[in-house]
Design a protein around this ligand. Sequence first.
Ligand SMILES: [Zn+2]
Ligand SMILES: [Zn+2]
Length: 320
Amino acid sequence: MTKNGILCQVNDKRVYLDPKNTDASAINFVSHAHSDHLPSKNGGTILTSIETNEIAGLRGFRMENHIQNIDDFSLIDSGHILGAKGLLFDDIFYTGDICTRNRGFLKGAEIPKCKILITESTFGLPEFIFPRIEDILKQVNELISTLYGKGIPVILMGYQLGKAQTITQLFNHWGPLYFHDSVRQMNLIHQKFGVPLTDGIGHTEAQKNGLLDKKPWIMISPMMSSRSIFLQEMKSKYGAVTIGFSGWAQSTKFSFGRKADYSFPLSDHCDFNELVDIVQKSGAEQVYTIHGFVKEFAEHLRKLGINAQPLHENSLDNFT
Ligand SMILES: [Zn+2]
Ligand SMILES: [Zn+2]
C-alpha cells in the first residue's frame, strides 16, 4: 500500500490498482468510472475498459494512453456498473468494486481462481444481507401503485452512474417516465454501448412544457438531499414522493442510506454473504480487504480459517 494506492510488483512489472494519480513508470489499472476510482492526473499507461474511458470523459477526466489489453493481464467483468472490471494477473485477482448478483442489464461477476485476492469489503458486516431483487421489485411496485392510485408523482433516486440506469430498466413499465437531466445524459452513453434503456424527456424540458402538471408521473433522479432545491421544488409544486435505492438502506445505523421518503436496499456491491462467497470461490490462500469494513471482514474471514488482512485501516472511505 502506498500513498498513491495499491502497488503490485510482479517480476519486472509495476502495477497500480486504481491509483490516485497515474505513475509514468507503471501500468495503471482503472477499474471503473466512479469518481473515487478515477485518477486525478494523466501519465503512464492506463489499463481500462472502453466504457470506463468513455464515461470518465463525460465526467471530465480524459485518459491519455489508455489501452484495453496487455499480455498476461485479464480484465474480468465485475458486474458493478457498465464497463467495471476486476484485474487478474500472475495469480492475483483484484475485484475493484464488485457485484455477483444479476440486476437488470448487469450480469453478476464470475470469480476466477487465484492465489492472492484483493477484495473490496464495502458491505463486510453481517447486518448487510440484501433481500432478493424480486422481493424488492414487488414491494416497490406495490408502493408506486398505491401512490399512483392517489395521483401522487414518484421520484426514484439512485446514484447517477450505475444505480440510476438499473432502476430505469427495472421500473420502465411505469409512465409517463421522466429523467433528471444528469441521469438522461448518463443513460444516453449506456444506450450508445447497446444497453436497452427506455428514453424519456429530461426534467427541464418536461417542466417547461407543463408535462409535470399532468399527474401522476415517475422520474429517475440522482440521490439528493431533501434540502436540495430540485427536490424542494418537486415536492412543493407537484407533491412528489421520493423512493431511494441504496445498500446502506439495509442498515439501522447508517442514516445516509435513508435520505428519501421511502428507502430500499438495492446495491451495486456484494452483500456480506456474497463477499464471503467470492473469497471461497477464488480459492485464494491470502486475502487482502480494501474499502468499507476492512478490519471486520478480514477478522470474519480469519474465523473461517482464511488468511486475511486489511490493506489499510480506513473504514467507510468509499461507498460508490
Ligand atoms: Zn464504484
Ligand atoms: Zn468504489
